[in-house]
Design a protein around this ligand. Structure first.
Ligand SMILES: *Cc1c(COP(=O)(O)O)cnc(C)c1O
Length: 430
């Protein structure tokens, strides 16, 4: 039996797996297999009919992925989870699980660039409309809703402004209207628990902090099991209408014996079956190694980031520092209510000298890696004006919150003295 605990440090090491049947292996084995032998024709029939849960084919389920799913569901306080090939497939599936052509969803404007492109272009080409609203006004979500609105979508701690999303406020508006809030919590695992604040679904790019080693791309979606899809039957045809691709199953009915997991079961047996963004067992194994130290690493990431933010705030060549620990007013109130034990490890700052100063700073860094990633155990830096935002004109860059002298840091778990020493020597060369 898996160990029960309310503490993330314990769950990260024990939840979802104790030892392997047969071998008693303590580490989660890598089940590098495509298929699983049925015990009998009756067993096979029961598995296909969902009368019994069990392994059929690794596109749809795998024991190594299952251990990761159970562990992350336990950490998140959710009912069940689904591991996927990337964070991008996780956000795509969250929308496709509820929206069909002609439907819409309301999303915060403050999004990861990949998610923005997916919503503004690719999903639009499929006939699904993303309605972008300003997250500083939670009521904007209510105003954008109509009969074909299927979900709200937001990121807990979006780049580059790092204003914490009003999760509790927008989730409450959604619950009045029968609309689930999906939260991308990639930048704030452990320190933020969106399901406790009223969100229905949480998703991650597991590529980032969850793995932490920077070796493996992956994504995961957690079903809170806390949203009544049946009570709002007309809003969720994909979950409440007979599914002809699965012998007429109505998902909210069919999964009742298994628990309140209609959303995640449908994502697995329909979207993963048909589109197939499956996480490989090897990457699931790698991500499990990361998750085991996630609570410990987050503590060090957050502490180091706070020290780096303070150092930058007091530096004469830095005009502005962006980190939730340095915010005040409404932004700080939201950060305090959403976060436990830290403010995240992303730190933005602006250099007095504009784009040229940004370039010189990045070139001068010795320990920080210059990469388009976040959440690695190593400290990372990027100058968006010359990379991720270089395709935007100067006005769009400013609108996105990225000025020419803006630098983004993802603070790692090295000793804080070494982090600050590298920032300090690079600032001297600006
Ligand atoms: C990286 C990232 C994604 C995309 O995840 P991949 O694993 O790279 O596909 C989505 N959301 C956020 C906030 C991210 O940082």
């Amino acid at each position: 039996m898996p160990i029960q605990s309310k503490h993330p440090e314990t769950l990260a090491v024990h939840a979802g797996f104790r030892d392997a049947p047969g071998t008693h292996s303590v580490a989660v084995p890598i089940h590098q297999t495509t298929s699983y032998q049925f015990e009998s024709t009756e067993h096979a029939a029961n598995l296909f009919a969902l009368k019994e849960l069990g392994n059929i084919y690794s596109r749809i389920m795998n024991p190594t992925c299952d251990a990761l799913e159970q562990r992350v569901a336990a950490l998140e306080g959710g009912a069940a989870a689904l591991a996927l090939a990337s964070g991008q497939s996780a956000s795509t599936y969250c929308v496709l699980n509820l929206c069909e052509a002609g439907d819409n969803f309301v999303t915060s404007t403050d999004l990861y660039g990949g998610t923005w492109n997916l919503f503004a272009n690719t999903l639009r080409q499929m006939g699904i409309e993303a309605r972008f609203v300003d997250p500083s006004d939670p009521e904007a979500f209510r105003r954008a809703v109509d009969d074909r609105t299927r979900l709200f979508y937001a990121e807990t701690l979006p780049n580059p402004k790092l204003n914490v999303f009003p999760i509790a406020e927008v989730a409450a508006i959604g619950r009045e209207l029968g609309i689930p809030l999906v939260v991308d919590n990639t930048a704030a695992p452990v320190i933020c628990k969106p399901l406790e604040m009223g969100a229905a679904i949480v998703m991650y790019s597991a590529t980032k902090y969850m793995g932490g080693h920077g070796t493996s791309i992956g994504g995961i979606v957690v079903d809170g099991g806390n949203f009544d899809w049946e009570a709002w039957g007309d809003r969720f045809p994909t979950l409440n209408r007979p599914d002809h691709s699965y012998h007429g199953a109505v998902w909210t009915e069919a999964v009742k014996p298994l628990g309140p997991i209609a959303f995640i079961i449908r994502m697995r047996v329909i979207l993963l079956r048909d589109i197939g963004a499956a996480l490989s067992p090897f990457n699931a194994f790698q991500l499990i190694q990361g998750v085991e130290t996630l609570p410990l690493r987050m503590r060090q990431h957050c502490e180091n980031a706070m020290l780096a933010a303070r150092f930058l705030r007091d530096h004469p060549k830095v005009s502005t520092v962006i980190h939730p620990s340095l915010q005040d007013g409404e932004a700080r109130r939201r950060a305090d209510s959403a976060f436990k034990d830290g403010f995240g490890a992303l730190v933005g700052f602006e250099l007095e000298g504009g784009a040229e100063a940004g370039r010189r700073f990045i070139e001068a860094l010795e320990m920080f890696y210059h990469v388009a990633n976040i959440g690695d155990a190593r400290s990372l830096a990027i100058h968006p004006a010359t990379t991720t935002h270089s395709q935007l004109g100067p006005e769009d860059q400013l609108a996105s919150g990225v000025s020419p002298g803006y630098v983004r840091l993802s603070i790692g778990i090295e000793h804080p003295d070494d982090i600050i020493a590298d920032l300090s020597q690079a600032l001297e060369k600006v």
